[in-house]
Design a protein around this ligand. Sequence first.
Ligand SMILES: [Zn+2]
Ligand SMILES: [Zn+2]
Length: 282
Amino acid sequence: MTNHPAAPPLLDDVIEVVVGTLTFDLGRYLIAAGLMSAIVALVMRTRWRSRRIQPRTAPRRDVIREILLSLRTVAVYAAVGMITMMGFRLGLLHEPAGASALATAGYVALAVIGHDAYFYWVHRAMHHPRLFRRFHRSHHRSVTPTPWAAYAFDVPEAVLMALFMPLWLLLVPTPAPAIFAFLAIMIVRNVMGHAGVELHPRGWVAHPLLRWISTTTHHDLHHSGGFNRNFGFYFTFWDKLMGTEHPDYARVFDAVTAVKADSLPSDRPRIAWLAGEPRQRI
Ligand SMILES: [Zn+2]
Ligand SMILES: [Zn+2]
C-alpha cells in the first residue's frame, strides 16, 4: 500500500478498496462469461453442437438484459466486498497465518461445501411464492440462459449472494489464497451452469462419484421448466436428499450427451419437458 503525499492515508485506503473490489468483481464476471461464451461459440462449430441442451436460442434482448442485470450485481458485490475489506482492516475479520498448501486446499473445499448448502437453501427460499417476484424473478426471465446470466439477479438476490462471503469469513477465518481460489471456482461453475451446452463427459450422472457433482443440464432444467427442481449449485446431494432433483435429469443428460450423427437438438426425440410439460408461470 502506498500513501500519496497529497491525500490523507484514510482516503487513499478507501480509493484503493473501491477500485480493487470493483475491478475484481467486474473482471471476474467479464472474463469468465466472455471466455465461456467464446467456448460455446467454438463448440457450436463442431459436432458437439448436438450437445446444445435446448433447441431454442436465447434472443439478443435476453443477453442484453442478462449483462445489464449482472453489471448491477457487480456493483452490489463490490459494495459488500468493500465492507468485507473494511472488516479485515478494522480487525473484525482475520486471516489465519501460515496455512500450508494442503490446508489451503482444505479451506477451499470447506468453502465450496458451505456455499453449496447456503445456495441450496437460500435459492429454495427465494422460490417461495412470497419471495419469488421480489428476489428471484429476474434470474428466471432467462428460460434459455447464456453464460452472461451468471449474475443476472434482482438486487435482494444479489445482496443475499454477496453476503455469503463475509458471513463465512466470520465463521471460518480463511487464508486469502483460499478465498481467491474459492471465488474463481464459484464463477467458473456459475458460467458453466448457464452455458446452454453440456460439456461434462457422457456417463457423468451414472458414475458413482461424479454423479454427485452438478452439470450444466442440471441447472438448465431449473431454468427451462423445472423451476421447483434442481436448486443445487456445485453438487447434487441436497437435491437428492431433499427429493427436489428433476425426475428427468438423468434421461435428459443422457439424451444430450448421446453419441449421434451430426444432429441438432431439434432432430432428437422430444423430451417431456421440452414437449410442452406445463411450466410454472413467472
Ligand atoms: Zn431459481
Ligand atoms: Zn441460473
